[in-house]
Design a protein around this ligand. Structure first.
Ligand code: 5GW
Ligand code: MN
Length: 303
């Protein structure tokens, strides 16, 4: 294989942080050679699982999600889509035909009433299926939101033992502006003088073993908080941030991997690989639930 020699005195990017202080790469366009990585992962015959939840009305996002993933996600590698849903018939109706090596698996799960719980219970379900099923079928898991579409390549450059993603609303934020859980009674509590990055709840992954440990921690912390009648400010995302603070990710994805076009464009952002599909909040969420969440999006857009 022929490629340009890496140069010890010529960093490929100088406008962004490419490495954390614990030597985890931060993945940006221009910092890796996908041909080298593809050869390495092919040799190992890597199998990748991608989990999404399509509960209640969110089932409408599945078609675009899978169709765009077929164009851009792990092209040339074995992929299992794991779709957790309470509306299995509707998911099966899309009748997506996939090429050899790629499968769509529908997993029937209950629909929790509160949206906060729909979001938080993802941790428990991923944990349980990791132990029962994923461990036998795939090497890595990628756990993402479903209200998204792929618009550029997402390949094996993201894979590592344990990875998280910089939240597109907070990549440059100081600790004081990161929306960690600040109440010391909560299991998700992060003191004011701690925290590395603000990680997004909607994109994490790693080996089955590491994802099991992460989801098990987050679920147990949520249950402990529930006993104490407390729920962390940003739900599963708060517990995920707590986990990553004390179990540092071995790789971090830049906001190229999780963007919202509502944030506009940025000079450092060379590619937009996975972007939020705009939601009509009143149609997709029931009216009573819509208010609380909508405020958040507006807050992110102001920041
Ligand atoms: C419904 C109302 C409010 C918030 C979330 C939901 C909801 C989320 C739902 O009814 N069904 C569902 O499957 N979800 C899952 O949780 C989706 O996979 C969704 O991508 C994920 C996180 O919720 P989002 O995407 O609405 O959260 P934000 O912060 O990206 O807007
Ligand atoms: Mn989302």
């Amino acid at each position: 294989m022929l490629y340009e020699k890496p140069e010890a005195l010529k960093p490929p990017r100088t406008d962004v942080l490419m490495m954390t202080p614990w030597f985890a790469p931060i993945v940006w366009d221009g910092t890796y050679n996908i041909d080298i990585l593809n050869a390495q992962f092919h040799q190992r015959g890597v199998r990748v699982g991608i989990t999404v939840f399509a509960i209640k009305k969110y089932v409408v996002f599945i078609k675009t999600f899978v169709e765009t993933a077929e164009k851009f996600f792990m092209v040339g590698h074995d992929v299992n889509y794991y779709v957790f849903t309470d509306r299995a018939d509707e998911v099966r109706q899309y009748n997506i035909t996939l090429p050899a090596g790629r499968r769509l698996v529908v997993l029937e799960v209950p629909a929790y009433k509160r949206w906060q719980e729909v979001s938080m219970r993802r941790m428990e379900m991923i944990r349980d299926y990791s132990r029962q099923r994923f461990v036998n079928e795939v090497d890595y898991l990628v756990c993402v939101d479903v209200d998204m579409k792929f618009t550029d390549d997402v390949g094996v450059e993201i894979l590592s033992d344990l990875f998280g993603t910089l939240h597109p609303g907070f990549y440059g934020a100081p600790r004081s502006r990161c929306t960690y859980e600040r109440r010391s009674q909560s299991e998700a509590y992060i003191p004011a003088d701690e925290g590395d990055f603000y990680y997004a709840g909607g994109y994490f992954g790693g080996t089955i073993e590491e994802v099991y440990k992460l989801t098990n921690f987050c679920h147990n912390a949520m249950m402990a908080d529930k006993q104490k009648n407390i729920e962390a400010v940003w739900h599963d995302e708060s517990y995920l941030n707590k986990y990553f603070l004390y179990h540092k990710p071995t790789k971090i994805l830049s906001p190229e991997y999780l963007w919202d076009n509502g944030f506009g464009t940025r000079e450092f952002l060379k590619r937009r690989r996975f972007v939020a599909v705009p939601k009509n909040h009143n149609a997709i969420r029931n009216r009573r639930e819509a208010g609380a969440k909508r405020k958040v999006t507006e807050k992110f857009h102001r920041s």
